[in-house]
Design a protein around this ligand. Structure first.
Ligand code: AMP
Ligand code: GLY
Length: 424
């Protein structure tokens, strides 16, 4: 079959790498892709949310499967766009309907969903601009730390955690009254603070059956020791040592099963990934959030650990036969170390020439923010290259990724040297 991947990051490069190994693949397209994805398919300069151009490409190239990388096209309704159009309704879209994508697109929707279906999550209250006064009072009745979340998509910046009630009240005012995150913060969820260690569990579902993919932990902060500004992720590790079989069984029973059943009960079309952000609170899982796509850089450690043919799994999703499938995993540990631009996640420059790829051995080099310029590879984003290694132990995998991180050169290169520091 001919397959189209939407997106341009490390996640999409890792998807391309994995899908290119499938017996079922005839031709792979990536829109818009990056300097890495072109090794596995044809990059097409179409934005991931340009639905009319995507339709034209799908018809022209006889594409029968679309794998959606980022959340944006999902929240904008790409699944529904295909479903409603006779010419392309036969195409399998891996990703939920717009309604399902609300699990990520609206914090309030996802909190309501969890409470309704008995899924463990932090207690919360939500407030609109008109309810600002109530919200300010509410903050005085609860204990710090205060967790404030913009309801809508805010490019990963919409969660603010504060210790001081006055600061929390100022933040709530900024979000609601001064539209700090635009329309995304026209509603704010205030949530109980959860203690514990974070990890992510990934599920592929056809809305009925499901398979659980490898779990992973990512390192969100820019600075070593998990300090400084939040980023999209500076590295990741899979499996997560503290997520043993007993904990994962609890996740399946208390979270995965009621989530898939809840979607079905509410008549929400969901054929895609569910990314469950969890807190392990003394051995009990609490859901922090849902995302409706795979994580980045988590995909760069999850895909290398899947032995099964992913296109076979995706095809089963399209046919509603996923419950007949089993997933085979590699027991080894996969790690990834993200090279980023100097200044990221603040202002940074693009267009720096990258060298040293040919000197790297033993790792998979997943391009995140890069682009081709003739024979040259240029930096083209904040997060630039995910260096993934699979090995019998985390220590060996990290040593190889760090050694290769030294061999890649571009002006302003930065990466964290302590990925996995908390897991040894
Ligand atoms: P989110 O955008 O919902 O993933 O939140 C971003 C980060 O904020 C999470 O990865 C957590 O580290 C933290 N966070 C969110 N909600 C809570 C909570 N209720 N308690 C503690 N930390 C939280
Ligand atoms: N690495 C976190 C995310 O993809 O949202």
């Amino acid at each position: 079959m001919n397959v189209l991947i939407l997106g341009s990051g490390g996640r999409e490069h890792a998807f391309s790498w994995k899908i290119a190994q499938s017996k079922k693949l005839s031709k792979l397209f990536i829109a818009p892709g990056n300097a890495g994805t072109k090794d596995f398919g044809v990059n097409v300069p179409i934005a991931a949310d340009d639905f009319p151009s995507i339709k034209k490409l799908v018809l022209k190239e006889n594409i029968t499967m679309v794998v959606v990388g980022p959340e944006d096209p999902l929240v904008k309704g790409i699944y529904d766009f295909f479903f409603a159009d006779k010419e392309i309704a036969h195409v399998t879209v891996i990703g939920p309907s717009a309604q399902g994508a609300q699990l990520e697109g609206s914090k309030e929707f996802s909190k309501k969903f969890m409470i309704k279906h008995g899924i463990p999550t932090a207690a919360y209250a939500s407030f609109t601009k008109e309810q600002l006064a109530e919200g300010l009072k509410y903050l005085e009745t609860i204990q710090p730390p205060f967790v404030l979340k913009a309801d809508g998509l805010a490019a990963g910046k919409g969660v603010v955690i504060l210790d001081n009630v006055k600061e929390a009240q100022r933040e709530l005012t900024d979000m609601l009254a001064h539209a700090k995150f635009g329309v995304a913060s026209s509603k704010v969820v205030i949530e109980q603070f959860l203690k514990g260690i974070e990890l992510s569990v990934f599920v592929l579902t056809d809305g009925n059956g499901y398979v659980i993919l490898p779990s992973a932990k990512d390192y969100k902060r820019i600075g070593e020791g998990d300090t400084g500004l939040n980023t999209g992720g500076m590295g990741a590790i899979s499996p997560v040592p503290f997520a043993n079989a007993e904990f994962l069984k609890k996740v399946e029973e208390r979270v995965v099963i009621p989530t898939v059943a809840g979607l079905k009960k509410e008549g929400i079309d969901y054929k895609g990934f569910i990314f469950i952000g969890l807190m392990n609170d003394g051995g009990d899982p609490q859901v922090i959030e849902y995302n409706v796509r795979m994580g980045d850089p988590e995909t760069e450690v999850v895909m290398p650990r899947i032995k099964s043919d992913v296109l076979e799994l995706f095809e089963a999703v399209g046919q509603g036969k996923l419950s007949e499938k089993k997933i085979e995993l590699d027991d080894r540990t996969c790690v990834t170390v993200m090279l980023v631009a100097g200044g990221y996640p603040g202002d940074y420059e693009k267009g720096k020439t990258m060298t040293g790829f040919e000197n790297c051995t033993g790792s998979m080099l997943f391009h995140a923010g890069t682009k081709s310029d003739g024979d040259k590879v240029l930096t083209n984003g904040g997060r630039i290259l995910a260096i993934s290694t699979i090995a019998p132990t985390m220590k060996e995998a990290l040593a190889t990724s760090f050694a290769n991180a030294e061999k890649i050169n571009y002006e302003g290169k930065y990466y964290r040297h302590d990925i996995g520091f908390d897991l040894v």
